[in-house]
Design a protein around this ligand. Structure first.
Ligand code: FUC
Length: 346
């Protein structure tokens, strides 16, 4: 592996320090990321004919990566991915209030979460590391958090995303980071999800209330539209879930294996295996969009243009202890990893 790292300034305005970093592994695979939101903006890989293309959906206008609070294309998400009911939790009988940015609830770490911060950047031998000291005043979560997010190429065309959080305070905080990449393995994103097959290693999803807040109950999904245990045609599954009245998938799956999902394209051979050390995967099929947004190559954004597969500790864990523990106690440090194993089926 011969890794090369390049960077370019994206904004002519001197007060906007937007920079893009590209890390090529020398085997036909490369990724690019931005210092705003520690965002992964592109991931390029070959297809079965050796044709190299980007498999992530992203904004066409760099400015949208700075201002967006809706789609989170490629964004690092933290301190907590998913929704927190009433934007609050109890810790040692104390009520702790968090920023509320979706009605009364907290989504994706609030408006000043990881996705909206400017990160410091350093090069590693095989990738890039973003670091940031986040004070409570910055994002509205308790405690000073030293956070880092690295994107590195590891053996076998695997992109590893590593999140580390260190609580440097006398009080507890929450840490359940993820990454919000939307995959579409077709060269032409306007072709939508045609040719895509998906499997998710899960037998249960989390029940959600009318505001998409976890109720604490798990639902068995065998043989329903939600069941992806057997590799399934994504367009057919979208049709069947729509017949239940849903606009698409926006559901947390309780995963049973460290290989949490496999997405492949039968037409061009591209395949992504997603590995994670957590118990949940949120599957979102980009159900609602505004057409004024332009994405890759200047196309208008449209529903179901790509799928987000977000490994994390199950949403709702802070209120339902069976779902896991996302508390980062005073002085504690935690690291989580997500790996995209990229390959091409001949
Ligand atoms: C997912 C979903 C949300 C949201 C966001 C962009 O995590 O659960 O509903 O729309 O992505």
């Amino acid at each position: 592996m011969m890794v090369t790292i390049t960077n370019e300034r994206l904004s002519a305005q001197t007060d906007i320090p937007l920079k893009k970093y590209t890390v090529d592994n020398g085997n036909g695979y490369a990724f690019s990321c931005l210092n705003i939101g520690a965002t992964l903006t592109s991931l390029t890989m070959p297809d079965k004919d050796g044709n190299i293309h980007n498999v992530l959906l992203g904004f066409n206008e760099p400015q949208d990566f700075i201002t967006d609070q809706t789609y989170f294309f490629g964004k690092a998400i933290g301190r907590v991915g998913g929704r927190i009911k009433d934007g609050a939790f109890q810790y040692n009988n104390e009520h702790i209030q968090l920023p509320q940015n979706e009605g009364n609830n907290t989504l994706h770490g609030g408006n000043n979460g990881f996705h909206s911060l400017w990160w410091d950047v350093s090069a590693l031998g095989n990738g890039i590391i973003f670091t940031k000291t986040i004070q409570s005043e910055t994002d509205g979560f308790p405690a000073k958090l030293i956070a880092s997010i690295s994107y590195t190429w590891i053996s076998g065309n695997q992109l590893q995303i590593e999140f580390t959080g260190e609580n440097q305070s006398e009080i507890a905080t929450l840490f359940n980071p993820t990454t919000h990449n939307y995959f579409n393995l077709n060269d032409d994103k306007t072709a939508g999800l045609g040719g895509h097959q998906l499997s998710i290693r899960a037998r249960k999803t989390v029940e959600l209330d009318e505001n998409q807040i976890p109720t604490g109950k798990l639902l068995t999904i065998s043989d329903t539209a939600y069941d992806f245990n057997k590799e399934s045609n994504l367009l057919e599954k979208l049709e069947s879930v729509k017949q239940t009245g849903a606009s698409g998938f926006d559901d947390p799956y309780k995963v049973t294996d460290s290989e949490v999902a496999v997405l492949r394209n039968l037409d061009n051979g591209r395949c992504i295996r997603i590995h994670s050390d957590r118990n949940g995967l949120v599957f979102y099929s980009l159900n609602a969009t505004e057409s004024k947004i332009t994405v890759n190559d200047g196309h208008a954004l449209s529903p179901h243009m790509a799928v987000a597969l977000e490994p994390q500790t199950l949403p709702g864990a802070v209120h339902h202890p069976d779902f896991g523990n996302i508390v980062l106690d005073a002085g504690d440090k935690k690291t989580y990893r997500i790996i995209y194993e990229l390959s091409v089926d001949e």
